[in-house]
Design a protein around this ligand. Structure first.
Ligand SMILES: NC(=O)c1ccc[n+]([C@@H]2O[C@H](COP(=O)([O-])OP(=O)(O)OC[C@H]3O[C@@H](n4cnc5c(N)ncnc54)[C@H](OP(=O)(O)O)[C@@H]3O)[C@@H](O)[C@H]2O)c1
Length: 258
């Protein structure tokens, strides 16, 4: 059975690798991002290798109208989605008082509003067909306050809270919602966020492909929350037990260059 997945942020990193995992599992795909050339190259690779159907849709998902147009287009194409993967997101390191507001606002629009809007648009169709999957990409940052990346960390806490609540609402519908929480992972994220030299991103990091394979399995199993990596699982459990203000001081130290 062909089961289309829509993946946002499929032009690089974890989203790119999720598309490759999805194709290997025989899913047709709708790939969304702003960089058309990257999406076209991936479309060609996946079509040739796996024989699945791959649509590409170029959009800036911070734009509400573009999100509605994406939904309308997929309805016009009569694509009955099986899974929605809200992966597109970015961060930026800056003390809030010095941060560029346009960039912070775009982060809120992409990491929170786009993820919520797309979920709202596609959820009724998934429920009506009695089966479906939602995979929302948060972060281990979802468990922590993040000085110098306050908006990013808080946006991921939103994703975790929102997705956990939706997962509960969806019980008995055949549709599941999974929060994927990667820790620091090799991708274009670090450079975009300006954190390549921070202590958090030193040492051997997991590849985007590893995280994507883990996230795909968690989504298929309908897990509510999936924290990637044993150490991240231990640290996020520990974070639940420690005073929140103290955690902020720890993260502040780790955000510094290593
Ligand atoms: N890498 C990490 O250490 C890490 C850790 C925890 C969580 N995460 C989360 O994992 C997710 C994927 O990140 P990644 O590590 O794979 O980073 P990445 O390599 O930078 O990929 C980000 C993806 O988002 C897309 N995107 C960015 N802005 C967009 C916009 N306005 N409209 C549409 N698409 C947009 C990018 O495509 P275009 O530029 O072509 O639009 C790209 O495909 C993010 O939600 C991130 O917060 C990453």
């Amino acid at each position: 059975m062909v089961k289309p997945l829509l993946i946002t942020g499929a032009s690089s990193g974890i989203g790119y690798e999720l598309a490759r995992v999805g194709a290997a599992h025989n899913h047709d795909l709708i790939l969304v991002a702003r960089r058309a050339d990257r999406l076209q190259a991936l479309q060609q690779e996946l079509t040739n290798r796996w024989g699945v159907q791959v649509w590409i849709y170029v959009a800036d998902l911070t734009d509400a109208q573009a999100r509605q147009q994406l939904f309308d287009w997929s309805q016009d194409q009569a694509i009955r989605l099986y899974g929605l993967v809200n992966n597109a997101g970015f961060g930026h390191q800056d003390p809030l008082a010095e941060a560029n507001w346009e960039r912070q606002n775009a982060m809120l629009q992409l990491n929170i509003v786009a993820l919520t809007h797309l979920t709202r648009l596609y959820l009724p169709g998934l429920i009506a067909q009695g089966q479906g999957r939602i995979l929302n990409v948060a972060s281990t940052a979802a468990f922590l306050p993040g000085p110098y990346m306050a908006v990013y960390f808080a946006s991921k806490a939103y994703v975790r809270s929102f997705t956990t609540a939706i997962a509960s609402e969806l019980q008995g519908t055949g549709v599941t919602a999974t929060t994927l929480c990667p820790g620091p992972t090799r991708s274009e994220f670090q450079e975009q966020a300006g954190v390549s030299n921070s202590k958090l991103f030193q040492g051997e990091l997991p590849s985007a492909a590893e995280v994507a394979a883990y996230g795909y399995t968690a989504m298929e199993q309908g897990q509510a929350i999936a924290v990637h990596g044993f150490m991240n699982q231990v640290l996020t459990q520990l974070a639940r037990l420690l005073p929140y203000e103290g955690l902020a001081e720890q993260i502040k130290t780790l955000q510094k260059d290593g």
